[in-house]
Design a protein. Structure first.
Length: 237
């Protein structure tokens, strides 16, 4: 079955280039050149992934990203944009993007990222439905309800993006084990391109901002200097 992708890009040459290469990996891509057109196509179709430009003629792609994320919590969103500063990446991740690829981009890397995001969709679909509460991880006030993909800290619900949830769940399933940034890219994102460790840093910073009482002294996702990150060991007794 071919996958349905929405490409939101106001430069026709780039949009058609992405569409052509996505066809090679089994994707049928619908094109939209503005926010209004993207909204109409999103509502009308069965979109499985969105490739979204930041700058659009009738609005900011960030606002559109936020709309799509609120509509479908697990929808993979790849932002494809000329805005590539660290601040731009952090803001994009904050509003719900799963990944951020700067223009000009390499086709091989674009396809690798799209395939990684689609693998995550497949994993969610193919997972055997579990009864409510079948897997519930609790640690020092943090509760992860896996079947419902819900998180709370000290009784208060925490709203996470799909990628933030996947990252937290991966850590929580491996307490005490240290992972490098490259290992996290491979295990959680599904690719391990060198030079993109900042993607991990940005997501962990955002995740800490949502679940930690004090991000400077995290009790859950801890830094192991010079190595990477780990989830805190369970307290004895």
């Amino acid at each position: 079955m071919r996958r349905q992708v929405l490409i939101v890009e106001d430069e026709p040459d780039i949009a058609r280039l992405v569409q052509m290469h996505l066809a090679d990996i089994g994707c049928d891509a619908t094109l939209a050149g503005s926010c209004s057109e993207a909204r109409a196509r999103f509502v009308a179709g069965e979109t499985e992934l969105v490739v979204l430009d930041r700058m659009l003629p009738d609005g900011d792609g960030l606002a559109l990203c936020h709309e799509f994320r609120r509509a479908v919590a697990t929808l993979p969103i790849l932002m494809l944009t000329a805005k590539a500063t660290e601040l731009d990446r952090v803001v994009g991740l904050e509003v719900g993007a799963d990944d951020y690829l700067a223009k000009p981009f390499g086709v091989a890397e674009l396809l690798a990222r799209v395939k990684a995001l689609l693998r995550r969709v497949d994993a969610l679909r193919q997972a055997t439905p579990e009864p409510a509460g079948a897997e519930r991880i609790e640690h020092d006030g943090l509760v992860i309800d896996v079947p419902r993909r819900q998180v709370s800290v000290d009784g208060a619900a925490v709203e996470l993006t799909a990628r933030e949830f996947d990252l937290l769940l991966f850590f929580a399933r491996h307490p005490g084990r240290v992972f490098s940034r490259m290992q996290l890219l491979d295990r959680v994102w599904g690719y391990n391109h060198e030079g993109y460790e900042h993607t991990v840093n940005s997501h962990i910073n955002r995740l800490r901002g949502k679940i930690e009482r004090d991000s400077a002294q995290p009790r859950y996702v801890q830094t192991v200097w010079g190595v990477g990150y780990r989830f805190a060991d369970a307290k004895p007794g």
